[in-house]
Design a protein around this ligand. Structure first.
Ligand code: CP3
Length: 348
């Protein structure tokens, strides 16, 4: 990737440290159930994983929100749970139930995971990335992604979503060697997987650490900051010029150490982070992405418009990418998304 080739992509300029006004915009989970055309394609695909592993359909659902809203970035359509699947764990998405995994029961189950299998089993994902690199508009950037090791480990150990992460944390506190083995394996598999996405055409990669905020400080440093720092370092070394976005949701006051120690190029802030605080404490170190409450996008109206402007005002003095503080929820009216894009493109 050369900078001059991409000089016209505002999204990449911000990740290189420039302030761009109005800020480029994309939304986490911009493809998904709030769009009727997504529901139609998903119906055609059969299961959710079939959709992720059928490149033509995955390309199609990635492009759907771009056609409507002309976002500044496209995000590969896939899921963070393709990594456990690629490692050989059983993963299923049951309608209305969320993900169900065959939870790892013991150390032997960790040893049976197959990191070498990632590149073969996840080949359709790389094919989707390559298809997207050709299909997206010239001014749009292409984001690849993976779940961060801690968040992915919670699903692998819990067997699905969890409220308190009791099983994953019991491994972390009670079987530290086994837990460390799983995390080391995930760091390697995730790095390899992201590099393969970059080689297929991803211009930026994002690590989603959705459950970062569940960890106490010591464990946050060990299992959120360290793994993301390792992955970021290898990507910067092996694929120089490709920016890394970290999203440690719920990190609170540890956001500052997160950006300083991981050396990510951009940090996603959740809804609870005051944008003015992020301008002062995070923007001097990296670009900031966020952070409209996804429920304001459901409510719409003046409340949404005003909140979007407040965020832009607070972050306009440094590199800012407009986004939500977490993913779009399925009950979001598509016309509210159109309005948000208009408000952001008007700038402040
Ligand atoms: O448009 C995009 O942002 C790209 C696609 C994307 C999906 N999931 C598609 C998806 C991305 C980036 C993700 C990330 C993801 N997946 C995260 C991290 C970000 C976050 O939202 O916290 C997590 C924790 C997951 C795991 C996951 N996937 C769960 C818990 C569920 C079930 C809950 C739900 O929303 O249905 C999924 C399913 C999923 N991933 C859907 C989509 C569009 C819905 C599946 C369907 O169509 O039925």
């Amino acid at each position: 990737m050369t900078l001059s080739a991409n000089i016209d992509k505002p999204f990449l300029r911000v990740l290189a440290g420039e302030s761009v006004s109005p800020p480029p915009i994309w939304l986490m989970r911009q493809a998904g159930r709030y769009l009727p055309e997504y529901r139609e394609t998903r119906e055609k695909a059969g299961g959710f994983l079939d959709l992720c592993y059928t490149p033509d359909l995955a390309v199609e659902v990635t492009l759907q929100p771009l056609r409507r809203y002309h976002f500044d970035a496209a995000i590969l359509f896939s899921d963070i749970l393709v990594i456990p699947h690629g490692l050989g764990q059983d993963v299923a998405f049951k309608q209305g139930e969320g993900p169900v995994l065959d939870a790892l029961k013991d150390v032997d189950a960790i040893d049976r995971l197959d990191p070498a299998g990632i590149r073969d089993r996840l080949a359709p994902v790389f094919k989707t990335v390559a298809g997207l690199a050709k299909a997206i508009p010239e001014s749009t950037a292409l984001i690849g992604f993976a779940g961060a090791p801690w968040t992915v480990a919670t699903y692998m150990l819990e067997g699905g979503s969890s409220k308190d992460f009791a099983t994953a944390k019991s491994w972390m506190y009670g079987r530290p060697k086994a837990f460390a083995r799983l995390m080391a394996l995930l760091v390697e598999a995730t790095t390899d997987y992201l590099i393969a996405q970059i080689d297929a055409g991803a211009e930026v990669v994002q690590l989603f650490d959705t459950w970062a905020g569940a960890l106490p400080e010591t464990q946050f440093r060990a299992w959120v900051i360290d793994p993301i720092a390792q992955i970021t370092q290898v990507i910067h070394e092996k694929r120089p010029g490709v920016p890394v976005i970290g999203f440690p949701k719920g990190a609170g006051v540890l956001y500052e150490d997160f950006v300083k120690l991981t050396k990510v190029d951009c940090v996603g802030i959740d809804t609870a982070v005051p944008p003015s605080w992020a301008a002062k404490h995070l923007q001097p170190h990296c670009a900031v992405q966020g952070n409209l409450d996804p429920i304001l996008l459901v409510a719409g109206g003046e409340a949404m418009d005003a909140a979007a402007r407040t965020i832009m005002e607070a972050l306009r003095g440094g590199p800012h990418i407009f986004n939500l503080g977490h993913g779009i929820v399925p009950q979001t009216p598509p016309e509210h998304v159109a309005r948000l894009v208009d408000v952001v493109r008007q700038g402040v």
